[in-house]
Ligand binder design. Structure first.
Ligand code: ATP
Length: 238
């Protein structure tokens, strides 16, 4: 579904991604594990078209997307729930969800919007109770749910999740990960960027480990979880 070929990306003179290649097949959950500053968000922003790759190519469903603007990439079926629950804090939950459904060439269809909303409420019933509340007043877990829900409103084929567990209590992490699993079972492919290696690899089919802009390991998630190297570096063992 998605193929990154030898991607380089930088901010001015600072090189962040140094030749990364990876693949995601339809219906998979792929975890990208890495410490602070490894380049995980940069990788997602490069896929979404927010940041241009300096070198390399990105293919989505057989088409090159590395020169397309972000809104076209969203229309093609990739949407991102950004790190830090970057919802619109002054807008209500409903308005945040409307923003997720909006894209430049997408004729806003009330019937589609309503059915999409109903689907969202099945995953996140709490959001239905919070529709008129402003985003900024939601709890951390609820904001994370809203960020994922907003991304889902664009009806993605591939959902990019940037650290959905960040700052959440273990029970909330468990809940969010259960929802991600459900979303995936309904046919959405998921790229899950996480520092929480254990939770991410428990959920994913396969994983890639990013260190200072390069992949240093990739394997089936089960195999990575057993890897002494990974356990020492990311799970504090050994
Ligand atoms: P974290 O988990 O802490 O968010 P990350 O793996 O997502 O880390 P990135 O946010 O991709 O890492 O950052 C990778 C590197 O790029 C870091 O050294 C960071 O300081 C740098 N960087 C990120 N955004 C910018 C920017 N807009 N301008 C300059 N440097 C940046």
């Amino acid at each position: 579904m998605l193929k990154l070929n030898n991607i380089y990306a930088s901010y001015g003179n600072i090189d962040v991604l140094k030749g990364i290649s990876m693949e995601i097949a339809r219906n998979e959950i792929v975890a990208i594990i890495g410490a602070n500053g490894a380049g995980k968000s940069t990788m997602l922003n490069t896929i979404s078209g927010i940041l241009r790759a300096k070198q390399g190519s990105i293919e989505f469903l057989g088409k090159n997307i590395d020169n397309l603007p972000p809104h076209t990439i969203v229309e093609m079926g990739i949407s991102q729930a950004p790190e830090g629950r970057r919802i619109f804090p002054q807008l209500t939950v409903m308005e945040n969800l409307e923003m997720g459904a909006y894209s430049r060439n997408f004729k806003f269809q009330i019937s589609n919007f309503k059915s999409e909303l109903e689907k969202i409420f099945q995953y996140f019933p709490i959001l239905k109770e919070r529709l008129k509340q402003t985003g900024g007043t939601l709890s951390g877990g609820e904001q994370q749910m809203l960020a994922i829900a907003r991304a889902l409103m664009a009806r993605p084929k591939l959902l990019l999740l940037d650290e959905p567990s960040l700052g959440l209590a273990p029970m909330m992490v468990e809940k969010i990960f259960e929802i991600i699993e459900k979303i995936n079972k309904e046919g959405v492919t998921v790229m899950l960027v996480e520092q929480n290696a254990n939770a991410a690899l428990m959920l994913a089919n396969k994983g890639y480990v990013l260190e200072t802009g390069m992949f240093v390991m990739h394997d089936d998630a089960g195999a990575l979880l057993k890897s002494p190297q990974l356990r020492a570096a990311y799970l504090g063992e050994g």
